[in-house]
Write a protein that binds this ligand. Structure first.
Ligand code: PEP
Length: 249
């Protein structure tokens, strides 16, 4: 079922005390929209966040995981480790993972497989660079990222996949895709899914937009028919701003 979702990616911000503070501030906000709310703290704070938010309407999700189930991968975290502390959703393929940690479509396909095999929901991120958009190549790039990492899956796998279109040039830059640019790309993504899996699958997948979403622009972006929510970076670190975005639906 296609849902409205607002997910806050905290990235490498907030130690334990700051996590406690921000969670308390989030708990003091009220939700007036139907959006599912998620936050993605750092690995070290997931357990604490999960315990603190047990009674709340906020899902705690992970920012990444390894594709191997276990083994000699120093510094990495596995799907079963995440599941054992209650995490049920993982963000995969964020542009910062692709850019700074060399994650490729190939490794992401493996991560997606491991997550789905273990009944972990995936928020799969992708998006073009500025040069791709300037050369009018953005649709081809996005299509390639989706096909390479996801199109080996059976249709029913998409029940556990949320897509997050995040143009790299709009992440953390203050530069937002216009609502029309977001809508055009989201419609293209849905058509790409429909061509491969049919309209039923395409219409049931939530497609989030990410890239400098703020309280001031969320309503217009979320108002577009193929935009089902947002993946929020900077503004997710402020409880009032985050809930203003959640309540923009
Ligand atoms: C992100 O990192 O996914 C993101 C969208 O960041 P920001 O909202 O800060 O652009």
């Amino acid at each position: 079922m296609r849902k409205n979702i607002v997910a806050g990616n905290w990235k490498m911000n907030n130690d334990l005390a700051q996590t406690e503070t921000l969670i308390t501030e989030l708990q003091n906000q009220s939700k007036t929209s139907n959006a599912e709310v998620m936050i993605a703290p750092a690995f070290t704070n997931l357990w604490h966040a999960f315990q603190s938010l047990r009674q709340d309407d906020v899902e705690v999700v992970a920012q990444n995981m390894h594709f191997a189930e276990h083994g000699a991968y120093t510094g990495e975290v596995s799907v079963s480790m995440l599941k054992s502390i209650g995490v049920q959703t993982v963000i995969l393929g964020h542009s910062e993972r692709r850019a700074y940690f060399n994650e490729t479509d190939e490794t992401l396909a493996k991560k997606v497989d491991t997550a789905l095999l273990n009944e972990m929901r995936v928020i799969f991120c992708f998006g073009e660079e500025l040069a791709d958009r300037k050369s009018n190549n953005h649709e081809a790039v996005v299509e390639g990222q989706i096909k390479n990492a996801l199109f080996h899956l059976e249709a029913d796998a998409f029940e556990n996949i949320v897509l997050a279109y995040e143009p790299v040039w709009a992440i953390g830059t203050g530069e937002t895709a216009s609502p029309e640019q977001a809508q055009d790309m989201h419609a293209f993504i849905r058509k790409t899914l429909a061509d491969k899996y049919g309209n039923t699958v395409a219409d049931s997948v939530s497609i989030l937009y990410g890239g400098s979403v703020k309280p001031a622009n969320a309503k217009e972006i979320f108002g577009k028919p193929d935009v089902d929510g947002g993946l929020i970076g900077g503004a997710a670190l402020n409880a009032e701003d985050f809930y203003a975005i959640v309540n923009a639906f």
